[in-house]
Design a protein around this ligand. Structure first.
Ligand code: AMP
Length: 369
């Protein structure tokens, strides 16, 4: 198929190979996006504040500057054909500046909605999709009232800048509320009722510029110390829950007129007919989708690049039974044992120091079904 007919299908001018994709953020997600872009003959330009960013090694160009540096952002926008990002905490002013100069996907609406847990939960609930019960917490009195309402245990989460369990604290019966508020720095927050889930899953899906949506099979995720440890696909969900999970992700993507890959994290309650509860939306490629590099026909990174460049989506079909394990901190020392096993796919992110809790790489195994 020619590039021209692909563009027709996507409903806009597809960026041709040789174009430059600008990526905000230089971590492992940006690195794997840049590798995927290169395989399509696209160039990448990474913008990140840290001179040691793992993505710089695999991209043709990079800019070292802060996300508030207006002059650097304008120069970056002028040097690229489209901008995307690998993390959601980009300041709104920087997003507004960039989008005046260059197309940005996923767009500012997706960012604004997912940067703030309160807006995000209201948005999901308004679509009729179950979430944990939640309350807006702007003061100590709000917390007292909400706790009386929702009951303990409950989870206090900052509205913004939370990830991997940071910016949140569990409140048990009789807990010291002042200590809980101090633990999140008295930041604007929400209180969530505790969901007694039996498993955590995510749906990684993509929407293209013509509005087509495609999801990968539901991923089942196990966390260790609040950080993703293992993803297995297929999940143990019932057929009804699988359909419900994918329908929720599609409804979210459609309502945001989303372009790119997104991940929707969900809780599963006991019983194959219990509803799926949406926890949060990541407006980007996601750790629970790393298995797609070898485990699906189109990786999530290739899929994201296709969508933001106005190309049609690739197939999300799975290649087998897949397990992805993160290499966190010292786990990376096992690299030699991993490469000694010919069936394993090792991915290392090129990070110099293996600090505890730092994602250093991952390893994937694909078995025939
Ligand atoms: P989050 O930062 O919202 O992704 O939460 C991190 C982890 O905390 C989740 O993966 C769950 O294991 C747990 N968690 C978060 N919210 C709740 C909740 N409302 N009920 C039970 N567990 C939760």
């Amino acid at each position: 198929m020619s590039v021209e007919s692909s563009a027709d299908r996507a409903g806009m001018g597809a960026l041709p190979p040789g174009s430059t994709v600008g990526i905000l953020g230089g971590g492992q997600l940006g690195r794997m996006m840049a590798i995927a872009a290169a395989s399509y003959g696209l160039k990448t330009h990474i913008f990140a504040p840290d001179a040691d960013s793992p993505a710089f090694e695999v991209a043709g160009k990079h800019t070292v500057a802060g996300y508030e540096d207006e002059a650097a952002l304008v120069a970056f926008a002028a040097a690229v054909d489209v901008v995307t990002y690998e993390f959601e905490n980009i300041p709104a002013e920087s997003v507004d500046l960039l989008r005046r100069h260059v197309p940005l996907f996923p767009d500012h609406k997706a960012l604004a909605t997912t940067q703030d847990r309160l807006l995000e939960k209201r948005f999901v609930a308004a679509l009729g999709i179950p979430t944990a019960p939640f309350r807006d917490i702007a003061s100590r009195q709000d917390l007292v009232t909400a706790l009386a309402d929702l009951g303990a245990p409950a989870i206090l989460k900052t509205r913004r800048f939370g990830y991997d369990g940071k910016g949140q604290v569990k409140i048990e019966v009789g807990a010291d509320l002042d200590a809980a508020l101090a633990a999140i720095g008295h930041a604007p927050a929400i209180l969530e009722g505790f969901v007694p889930f039996v498993r955590e899953v995510s749906v990684v899906g993509a929407r293209d510029q013509a509005g087509a949506f495609a999801a990968y099979d539901v991923c089942e995720n196990v966390h260790r110390h609040h950080i993703l440890d293992i993803t297995t696909v297929p999940s143990a969900l019932s057929a009804e829950q699988t359909a419900e999970a994918i329908a929720a992700a599609k409804a979210i993507a459609d309502a945001l007129s989303y372009v790119g890959v997104l991940a929707v994290e969900m809780f599963v309650l006991e019983g194959g007919d219990s509803p799926i509860v949406v926890n949060e939306i990541a407006p980007r490629v996601h750790n629970s989708g790393h298995w797609t590099i070898e485990g699906a026909i189109t990786s999530q990174f290739a899929q994201h690049i296709r969508a933001v460049c106005g190309w049609p989506l690739g197939s999300t079909r799975r290649n087998g039974q897949v397990e992805m394990r993160n290499l966190i901190g010292d786990d990376v020392e096992a690299w030699a044992d991993i490469v000694a096993q010919p069936g394993l796919h090792l991915h290392l992110y090129g990070k110099a120091s293996a600090r505890p809790g730092r994602k250093m790489g991952h390893v994937t195994r694909v078995l025939p079904e």
